[in-house]
Every structure is written in structure tokens, then in C-alpha cells.
Design a binder for this molecule. Structure first.
Ligand code: UTP
Length: 301
């Protein structure tokens, strides 16, 4: 077997319109919406760095400059925080500042679909495997999903995807994979089906927005074939790639929230807040009171 090349780069697409969050996303990228006190995109970057990624490629678009600014230095702010003795805030700002030159920003001029956004990163990624993290899928667990995928990839090579189990009745909301032979940290993927009806789904393992892909995906995406919604779909490209290369999946031990939907975004805020040492108990009490008073109102109605 050829030597398995290290995964050094991660692609984070942030060029979508975020229409489900209008009007919040009229002037602000949806990836800058906050979960507790950090923008959604920060969670994806932290997860990539935890997995050993050295360089992050953002695929951006118009009105997304706040993302670039978020990862830049803020010397005036840091000086004023220092003067005010706010050392905790200074440490956090220093922690999230990326190493100089370790991020690239490339543009997708029109939101033609996730497959097209990934293709826009081809020159920056070059001829090597890369991680792909969809930022609105936010992982919550002891360890980020991507670190586990890198472990699996280092065992089996090829292409690797993160999966989670959904309610078998809800397969039509997701990309679903078929479960083949078991390997040490996951299983071989036999099929990938976009949004199958429960009766046609090969399993209830859905793609959770974390991938390690080989660069041959770019040649496939370059054909710009349109799929569902007249968009260039990543899943279609992966299906084509699976005809010549292996795909393995790893079930994520934590939980991924779909922060592209309002319900998932609110759930993520609650889950992350409850897990925080500084505010968890306070939030728990507030939520409990809110739920109790809501139930009383519903009963009285
Ligand atoms: P989504 O389909 O969830 O994002 O894509 P969206 O299109 O912004 O959402 P809605 O439906 O309008 O509310 C998942 C990820 O892929 C990126 C998005 O920015 C998001 O991070 N994406 C999607 C692109 O970068 N380009 C695209 O053409 C489509």
C-alpha cells in the first residue's frame, strides 16, 4: 500500500447565504452567530486544530469579512483589556489568534452548492488529502469528531467520514451511509444515499458534516454537474469517488448539533451553556423555571 499522506489542511466553507436565519444574517455571516460567547465558526477551527490541522482554508463570499476579522490580531483591544486588568479575556483572545500565515481565504463568487464551495479550495489545498468541516454542524463531546477521523484515516487511508445515528423514521432529512465490514475505529461504507425514505435507507447512520477527502474529489467536482436543488452537491462527488476509492465511517462519540436550523442552534446554546463551569448551574435553574412556567401556561389555556 502507498504511504498514507498526513492530513495537514482543513477546508471550512462559509459562503452560504444563511437564509434560514434571516434577518439575523442580513448583515452578519451566519457563521458568526454565537453559541454562548463564541461564534459558531470558532468551534470548527478549534476542532480542526485539536485534530492536528496546520492550515485552514476558508471558502468565503461577499459580506463575510467579519470572519476574517475575527481571526486577526486586535492589539488596541488587548492593550485596553490589559490596562483594565481583564487577564482572562486577554488569554482567551491570545488563545484563539491563529499562527501568522496559517489561514487562507478564497472566494466562492456565487453559492452554487457545497460541492462547488469545496472545489473553490482546490488550488490552496493542492495534491494532498484534506479535512472538511461544515461549520454549522457543531460537535459537542469530550473530543472533537475530526480528531477521531484523523486516527481512523491514519489506520485505513482513503476517504473517511463522520457519522451519527438518527431516528430511523427521519432518514429523509440526511445523507445516509450503508454499514459494511467493521474496522478497528469504524466501518467500511458500502453506499451513500442522499435523503432516502426510511424504507429505502441502508442504515440510520447519517453524515455529520466531517470528512477527510482525497484530492481526486476536485477533478470530479470540476465537471460542475448539478444535482438536487440545481446545486453542485458534494455527496454526488463522493459517490463518484467511491467507485474508485475506499470510504470508511466513524460513529462520533459525542453529539453534533445542526446549527443551520433554528432548533439545532438553540439546542446547541443550551447544551454548551449547561456544560460550562461558570454559568451551567445558573442556566439550569433558569431553564427549569422557564419550562415549569411554560407548562403551567399551557395547562391553564
Ligand atoms: P448550508 O446549505 O447549511 O448553508 O451549507 P446555507 O446555504 O448558508 O444555509 P441556508 O439554507 O441558506 O440557511 C452548509 C455549509 O456550506 C456552506 C455554508 O456556508 C455552510 O457553512 N456553503 C453552502 C457554501 O460555502 N457554499 C454554498 O454554495 C453552499
Amino acid at each position: 500500500m502507498d504511504r498514507i499522506k498526513n492530513v495537514r489542511k482543513a477546508v471550512i466553507p462559509v459562503a452560504g447565504n444563511g437564509t434560514r436565519f434571516l434577518p439575523a444574517t442580513k448583515a452578519m455571516p451566519k457563521e458568526m452567530l454565537t453559541i454562548v460567547d463564541r461564534p459558531v465558526v470558532q468551534y470548527a477551527v478549534d476542532e480542526a486544530l485539536q485534530a492536528g490541522i496546520e492550515h485552514i482554508v476558508f471558502v468565503t463570499s461577499r459580506n463575510k469579512s467579519a470572519i476574517e476579522d475575527h481571526f486577526d490580531d486586535t492589539p488596541e483591544l488587548i492593550s485596553s483589556l490589559h490596562r483594565a486588568g481583564k487577564t482572562v479575556q486577554v488569554s482567551e483572545l491570545e488563545r484563539i489568534l491563529p499562527k501568522a500565515g496559517s489561514m487562507s481565504f478564497t472566494r466562492q463568487q456565487a453559492p452554487l452548492g457545497l460541492g462547488h464551495a469545496v472545489w473553490c479550495a482546490r488550488d490552496v489545498v493542492g495534491d494532498e488529502p484534506f479535512a472538511l468541516l461544515l461549520p454549522d454542524m457543531v460537535c459537542h463531546g469530550a473530543r472533537g469528531c475530526m480528531a477521531g477521523l484523523v486516527d481512523l484515516y491514519n489506520d485505513v487511508g482513503g476517504n473517511v467520514v463522520g457519522v451519527e445515528e438518527c431516528d430511523p423514521e427521519e432518514t429523509s432529512k440526511y445523507g445516509i451511509v450503508g454499514q459494511g465490514a467493521t474496522v478497528a475505529r469504524g466501518f467500511a461504507v458500502t453506499k451513500m444515499v442522499e435523503k432516502p425514505r426510511p424504507s429505502e435507507a441502508p442504515s440510520n447512520f447519517y453524515l455529520n458534516g466531517r470528512y477527510i477527502l482525497q484530492p481526486e474529489i476536485f477533478d470530479i467536482l470540476a465537471r460542475q454537474e448539478r444535482g438536487a436543488g440545481n446545486e453542485i452537491q458534494l455527496t454526488d462527488g463522493m459517490l463518484r469517488l467511491s467507485e474508485t476509492q475506499s470510504f470508511h465511517a466513524q460513529p462520533y462519540e459525542g453529539r453534533t448539533f445542526d446549527c443551520g436550523s433554528k432548533q439545532g442552534f438553540i439546542e446547541a446554546n443550551v447544551a454548551f451553556a449547561l456544560a460550562r463551569a461558570d454559568i451551567g448551574n445558573l442556566v439550569y435553574d433558569s431553564l427549569r423555571n422557564l419550562v415549569l412556567s411554560h407548562e403551567a401556561t399551557v395547562k391553564a389555556a
